[in-house]
Ligand binder design. Structure first.
Ligand code: HEC
Ligand code: HEC
Length: 180
């Protein structure tokens, strides 16, 4: 009896140990998700639209450009359409306090896992935050939290804000190693 049981016991144990081991790849899955990356865009200052409600990823409609201010102060401010809360209907403008593009040094859009990983640890490019402060920002900032409550028709970012904040803490505690 015992020898027959043994393979059943060993195989699932090894599989569980393997999948739990890599917090960074889960963090990258979130950062590169459209609900997050579409505001962390390059120096063209153009927010992106993507996901099932938009079809293929494309530039924000209506030629919206955040400008160097990243809030559209030079042309049409984001706040013209984006209020403090989501419009209640599909394709209505989503909203959260202080709607804005992330600063250019925090670009994630189109970047690789290793590039974003090095950047999120770099005090010159992450808003001067320790990784503990990055975790707190994920748990508390209204624009980040919007990624899990994006309004009708938009799929939320994976996991939850609390889980991702904890993944950052776990990754920090294990040495914050980046992929090659
Ligand atoms: C003229 C109105 C208008 C302005 C100004 C505007 N937006 Fe939007 N935005 C919209 C609408 C409408 C949607 C929803 C489109 C849909 O769901 O089909 C949207 C959606 C978005 C989304 C969600 C896309 C996604 O894939 O999650 C982001 C991000 C966004 N806008 C960023 C910005 C930023 C940043 C600015 C300022 C630089 C801005 N928008 C200015 C109307 C506007
Ligand atoms: C509406 C635009 C917008 C969306 C959507 C958005 N962000 Fe940001 N993000 C910002 C802005 C603006 C800043 C700069 C805030 C600051 O430094 O205080 C920022 C900064 C950050 C930072 C600080 C450190 C760094 O290097 O970037 C983190 C972490 C972050 N965002 C995570 C996320 C995550 C995770 C999501 C999705 C769940 C997300 N953001 C979605 C606009 C956005």
């Amino acid at each position: 009896m015992r020898t027959a049981f043994l393979p059943f016991l060993l195989v699932p144990t090894l599989a569980v140990a393997d999948t739990g081991a890599d917090p960074w790849s889960k963090i990258f899955e979130v950062f590169s998700h459209p609900r997050c990356a579409n505001c962390h865009v390059p120096e063209d200052n153009r927010p992106r639209w993507s996901g099932p409600s938009y079809g293929q990823t494309r530039l924000h409609g209506m030629s919206i450009n955040g400008g160097e201010s990243r809030i559209g102060a030079e042309t049409l401010p984001c706040s013209t359409c984006h209020g403090e809360a989501n419009a209640p209907v599909p394709h209505g403008p989503p909203g959260a306090p202080h709607w804005a593009l992330a600063p250019v040094e925090m670009v994630w859009w189109g970047k690789s896992s290793s590039e974003i990983c090095e950047q999120i640890k770099d005090l010159d490019r992450n808003g001067g935050r320790t990784l503990a402060e990055v975790a707190d920002h994920i748990a508390e900032d209204p624009l980040v939290l919007w990624g899990w409550q994006p309004g009708p028709g938009r799929e939320p970012a994976p996991y939850s804000a609390g889980e991702v904040a904890q993944l950052v803490r776990d990754w920090d505690a294990s040495g914050a190693v980046c992929p090659d």
